[in-house]
Design a protein around this ligand. Structure first.
Ligand code: FES
Length: 87
């Protein structure tokens, strides 16, 4: 059992993860995968995991285009992906 659990929402779903996890990892653990949509509407997901590809962009606490692979989860954080519908 981890010492510290953090609770955040991903697409309005409450998710508890270990402290120190990136938002991209939390999205994957929550069963998601799609982070954004291309201009043509194709589903995109984290690829490089090191801040280069930009495929992991999500909206975090109302700020669009945040790199989920470079952002650590924080308690009470609200993450919105493009898993459903438009980017
Ligand atoms: S996964 Fe490539 S920038 Fe985040």
């Amino acid at each position: 059992m981890p010492d510290t659990l953090i609770t955040l929402s991903i697409d309005a779903r409450s998710v508890a993860v270990e402290a120190g996890l990136t938002v991209a990892a939390a999205i994957a653990l929550a069963g998601g995968g799609v982070t954004r949509r291309s201009v043509g509407g194709a589903a995109r997901a984290p690829l490089c995991g090191m801040g280069v590809c930009q495929e992991c962009r999500v909206t975090i606490d109302g700020r669009a285009h945040q790199l989920s692979c470079q952002t650590l989860c924080a308690d009470g954080m609200h993450v919105v992906t493009a898993s459903e519908g438009a980017p």
